[in-house]
Design a protein around this ligand. Structure first.
Ligand SMILES: [Zn+2]
Length: 329
């Protein structure tokens, strides 16, 4: 029962009865205020249905109601006054309801998971396969780039390329969410070409969530998609965590380990991770290793993963101490 119906019930006339359809009937207090004779046939009715409480007078036709999320209306205040509810009680009730509504709004914001629209890959995109018959110079350049980053077609991730102008020297990584393509990034394979990335992404998106299988104990959070693919982690697509991304990641219900890049933006990410009560990992890598991809090239995938998980730290104090060293080298 809500505080509104509680207050109403407390001040209803003592003489009342319940009907089979759920109405509580009593002599309506409204009629004399609405130009109708006083009700003495118990034609005022109060009903609670779900979270909604409604008052209806079957004599003068006056109505008032309340449900969570709505404030105490002028009509409801009139009804309360006519039921002889003291003014200070009505004021207190209105304030309480305001407070509850704020709480309801906060909760609704918290449970609103982002949704992502399905999008098209760049024109003429096609899956890159290990097919020696289907070779063009452009595709070869893309495949060469992939091998320098130790990305292989048979790894389990679907990589694309496109022969259309503007994309033909780009390596395309589709973004999946619940099995649908909801974005992509196309990285140039030509050195020094700008822009390095052409990306279509949606707010709140977290890369590689589909691969976070239930049996996993950790979720490793990195900045970029290629790093995420290397270690089966997720990527924020930038060095910031927004609320929707955090919700999607927390929802996995496992230890979250943030692995920041070793640059100025990564340092900002460390504090954001602490604020979210996530762990942070800054492994003992050689000074020239700046991110997961560097580590994979130097140490291999398995050792890289091991070094990340074993360096995970959850104490804010220890994280900050470690960050000083990690970013100093
Ligand atoms: Zn009435």
């Amino acid at each position: 029962m809500s505080i509104v119906s509680e207050t109403l019930m407390t001040f209803l006339p003592a003489k009342r009865k319940s009907t089979p359809s759920g109405w509580i009937s009593f002599n309506a207090p409204c009629c004399i205020h609405n130009g109708t004779g006083a009700d003495n046939r118990m034609r005022g009715g109060l009903k609670e249905e779900g979270d909604t409480v409604s008052y209806h007078c079957f004599n003068c036709g006056f109505k008032a109601s309340w449900q969570p999320g709505r404030n105490v209306s002028y009509k409801l205040k009139q009804l309360l006054t006519w039921l002889s509810v003291p003014d200070d009680v009505i004021t207190k009730l209105s304030l309480e309801v305001l407070k509850i509504n704020e709480g309801v709004e906060v909760q609704q914001r918290l449970i609103d998971l982002p949704t992502f629209d399905e999008v098209q890959l760049p024109p003429e995109s096609q899956l890159i396969k290990d097919d020696p018959c289907n070779v063009s110079d452009k595709l070869t350049a893309v495949k060469d780039y992939m091998s320098t980053r130790q990305l292989w077609v048979d790894q389990g991730y679907n990589y694309y390329w496109s022969n259309s102008l503007g994309y033909r020297d780009r390596f395309i990584i589709p973004f999946y969410y619940e099995g649908r393509i909801v974005g992509w990034t196309a990285r140039t394979v030509t050195a020094d070409k700008k822009p390095k990335y052409i990306t279509e992404s949606q707010p709140g998106f977290v890369f590689n969530l589909d691969e976070q299988r239930p049996q996993k104990v950790f979720c490793i959070v990195v900045e970029g998609p290629i790093d995420a693919i290397h270690i089966d982690g997720v990527a924020l697509m930038r060095a910031e965590i927004n609320d929707q991304q955090a919700m999607l990641i927390d929802r996995l219900n496992r230890e979250v380990i943030v692995l920041p890049d070793r640059d100025a933006t990564g340092a900002g990410l460390v504090e954001q991770a602490i604020a979210r009560r996530w762990s942070v990992s800054m492994p003992e890598w050689a000074p020239d290793i700046k991110d997961v991809n560097d580590a994979v090239l130097k140490y291999g995938r398995l050792y890289t993963l091991y070094s990340i998980v074993s360096a995970a730290e959850s104490s804010p104090l220890k994280i900050r101490l470690r960050a000083k060293k990690w970013y100093a080298t």
